[in-house]
Ligand binder design. Structure first.
Ligand code: AMP
Length: 142
């Protein structure tokens, strides 16, 4: 199972499966993605087995977030990337395949083969304000 303490990334965090580690703290681990979008693609995980960003305690999320700038600087410096995508897929429908939360730090190059951006479309009249009110209320109470 790719979830909970049995997930591949939990086993990597415990040292039961090897990884190409690039940064480690008492609560987090960053290592090379074994099948990178571009060379230098790094994954950042918490050592504890939370499935998605929404499941993380705030203090652990803050710790993970505090490591992102340093990892971005390192990946950019080493790969010479023109830019980076920093993303976390949450849930199968969003492309998550390993249900132990992780951020992808993906070096990007002019004219690389990655298809971006995603499609965008504007809100219908009044829908933006309605959505704003609903998410603002949910964010204030969750
Ligand atoms: P996601 O699809 O967002 O869940 O991302 C999972 C990522 O884990 C993919 O980019 C895989 O290439 C990567 N991956 C799978 N197995 C390993 C492994 N053993 N070591 C490092 N990265 C891995």
């Amino acid at each position: 199972m790719n979830t909970g303490a049995d997930s591949l990334f939990s086993k990597i965090a415990r040292g039961e499966i090897p990884c190409a580690r690039v940064l480690e703290t008492d609560r987090a681990l960053a290592f090379l993605d074994i099948n990178p979008v571009n060379p230098g693609h790094v994954l950042l995980i918490p050592k504890e087995p939370y499935a998605t960003v929404a499941d993380l305690p705030d203090d652990l999320a803050a710790h993970l977030g505090s490591l992102l700038p340093r990892l971005c600087r390192a990946v950019k410096a080493v790969t010479g990337a023109d830019g980076l995508n920093v993303i976390a897929n949450n849930g199968p429908v969003a492309g998550q395949t390993i249900f132990h939360v992780h951020w992808h730090i993906i070096p990007r190059f002019q004219d690389d083969a990655v298809h971006w951006p995603w499609p965008h479309s504007p809100y219908a009249e009044g829908a933006l304000q309605a959505m704003q009110a609903r998410i603002a209320e949910a964010a204030a109470t969750s």
